[in-house]
Design a protein around this ligand. Sequence first.
Ligand SMILES: [Zn+2]
Length: 97
Amino acid sequence: MFGWFKKKPAEPEPLSGDPPISHDDLRALFEYLDRPNPSPCDHTHKECVEFLRGRQLPVGKTLGWLKANGGHCDCEVIFNVTDEWGEKVGWNPKTEE
Ligand SMILES: [Zn+2]
């Protein structure tokens, strides 16, 4: 079921530096996406958007940044973005209680 992915026209450098939201917010986003029993990813950023809106954070910029870091949908944010950023923002998925 591969759709035809629209290639965006040449964009300026992907924003791969610092996230447009604070590290605390980013960690909270990871925690939110990685919560127990999340709804299944429908390959959008639905959950991210909900989270960002709820906190009145910049949605477009943040999604752009997530994509530049491999997070092309909610589940990929957890799979890919946390690789590099999980530790930097103090996110620790291994806590077992
Ligand atoms: Zn996904």
